[in-house]
Ligand binder design. Structure first.
Ligand code: DUC
Ligand code: ZN
Ligand code: ZN
Ligand code: ZN
Length: 484
């Protein structure tokens, strides 16, 4: 066959196995896998390199205003460039509904923002206002536009939709095959802790960790899963940060609940002690859920290896260390008024490769599953996340021996700090293809703004999840069980 590009002699890794071979690419898709493929207008020598499906970043805040009104520092251009330097070939940021907005208005806004992306993209729809109109028309419209995942919050007064609101959304999601992502923290516990700390004048960044107790996450994860079970709808617990939370996810998942989940590099690499750095440096590490203790890191790594989490996601929420970001409310703002989140879209995969694969904590196959294949399955990216004939040629080529020290300049984002500064990393993505076109080639940006495309997504793929008997909800309401 007359290939456009052939990648030669790479160690090709999938979520199932690792083998040496060539990949032939034609018209943006993988056309053949084999040995000694001939032809190819362009030939990429991948000898000594590892070839994997490009990462799919499934949790990032790009060109998004927080409910407190802070715009993230990265737009779809800088965010996608940074993601590409981190070994990703597609990403799924959030499109956030603020209260009172129609879903069409939200999606139109993000369609315009997405035009700058160098990577293919979709978005998860954040719902803060599940009005009757939103439930009856907005969500079906989103689904018709290929948006098959919703995100809701159990915390923050401006976002929290309450248990009944969640049940309403889960019911609509189930009818369409959508998955509901949830930020699980008990709002009352957090508010009560905030009040106790404020009463005592304890407002430095370090108190952010205390204000959002591990119990608040564990309680909300448990509750979210029970709500999902009542509605018989799949649920995705985002940014699990505690051992107690991961244990609940694991127990429910292996008992047959339709529970999916992720954790993030910051909960593996950093601790709450980072919030206690001198001056206001700790503000760089304010994120929610907060960083935990060192014992949590070991527990979460164990869950990573054992299959509790489908994905590792960055939760890239970039707010600069200045008055446009972290300090929008003043240079010495109390912790509840410091912009909440940290960047890391370029670090997710290098960190996972180095501390996971190279450190012997996970296999290369599991790296592929956690970085790409599982996200494609969970979020309905049917042409992405696998190296197989017919799939998009979304491919990353890694040098497993590159040793480097993390700096802000490596991030290629619009930020002025990285929380991973100074970390030693082994392994680096050198070339990233998106539908066969080089976005990064040998460490250099090749992409042009806007070459990424929006992709419509399919319903969640629940193969592998054991079927459970009909939910109590159906038995009580004689609900049409064919809607699944
Ligand atoms: N939740 C996120 O997912 N990201 C940033 C802050 C938050 O609360
Ligand atoms: Zn060859
Ligand atoms: Zn969240
Ligand atoms: Zn997030």
């Amino acid at each position: 066959m007359d290939f456009d590009t052939v990648i030669h002699s790479g160690r090709i890794a999938t979520a199932e196995d690792v083998f040496t071979g060539d990949i032939g690419i034609k018209d943006g898709r993988i056309a053949a896998l084999g040995e000694k493929l001939s032809g190819g207008a362009e030939r990429i020598d991948a000898g000594g390199r590892i070839v994997v499906p490009g990462g799919i970043e499934a949790h990032a805040h790009i060109a998004q205003e927080s409910s407190a009104g802070v715009m993230s520092a990265d737009d779809y251009y800088s965010g996608s460039v940074s993601a590409a330097f981190g070994g990703n070939s597609a990403f799924i940021p959030f499109a956030a509904q603020h209260r009172g907005q129609s879903i069409d208005e939200v999606l139109d806004t993000y369609d315009a923002r997405g035009q700058r992306s160098v990577l293919d993209y979709s978005y998860h729809l954040i719902i803060s206002d599940p009005s009757e109109q939103v439930l009856a028309e907005g969500l079906p419209q989103a689904f018709a536009r290929g948006i098959t995942s919703f995100k809701v919050f159990m915390t923050y007064d401006l976002m929290n939709i309450g248990d009944e609101g969640m049940l309403d959304i889960l019911e609509v999601a189930r009818a369409h095959g959508a998955i509901t992502m949830v930020h699980a923290e008990n709002n009352a516990m957090v508010k009560w802790m905030n009040r106790k700390l404020a009463d005592r004048g304890l407002t430095a960044p370090r108190y952010h960790a205390l204000s959002r107790p591990e119990l608040a996450e564990a309680e909300a994860i448990h509750r979210a899963i029970q709500l999902a079970k009542l509605a018989d709808a799949p649920i995705f617990i985002v940014h699990v940060s505690t051992e107690a939370g991961a244990d609940i996810v694991r127990r429910e998942k292996f008992a047959g609940a339709k529970v999916f989940s992720e954790t993030c590099p910051q909960y593996l690499a950093l601790t709450r002690d980072d919030l206690d750095r001198p001056g206001m440096e700790g503000a760089k590490f304010v994120c929610s859920p907060p960083l935990r203790g060192p014992e949590t890191q070991a527990a979460l790594w164990h869950h990573m290896a054992q299959g509790t989490f489908e994905s590792l996601s960055s939760d890239h929420a970039p707010y600069r260390f200045d008055e446009t970001g972290k300090f929008l409310n003043g240079a010495d703002a109390p912790y509840p008024k410091i912009a909440n989140g940290m960047p890391g879209i370029a670090m997710r995969l290098p960190y996972l490769f180095s501390e996971g694969v190279m450190a012997g904590r996970i296999t290369l196959e599991r790296f592929v599953a956690l970085s790409s294949t599982n996200a494609a399955k969970t979020f309905g990216c049917t042409t992405k996340g696998r190296i197989a004939p017919g799939m998009d040629a979304d491919i990353a080529i890694w040098n497993p021996e590159a040793e480097w020290t993390v700096t802000q300049a490596d991030q290629h984002d619009n930020m002025d700090y990285t929380p991973f500064e100074g970390m030693r990393i082994t392994g680096r993505p050198e070339t990233v293809l998106s539908r066969g076109a080089a976005v990064i080639r040998d460490g250099e940006l090749q992409a042009t703004e806007g070459q990424g495309r929006f992709f419509a997504r399919a319903p969640v793929d629940m193969s592998g999840i054991p079927a459970v008997s009909g939910p109590e909800f159906d038995r009580a309401c004689n609900f049409d069980t064919e809607l699944r």
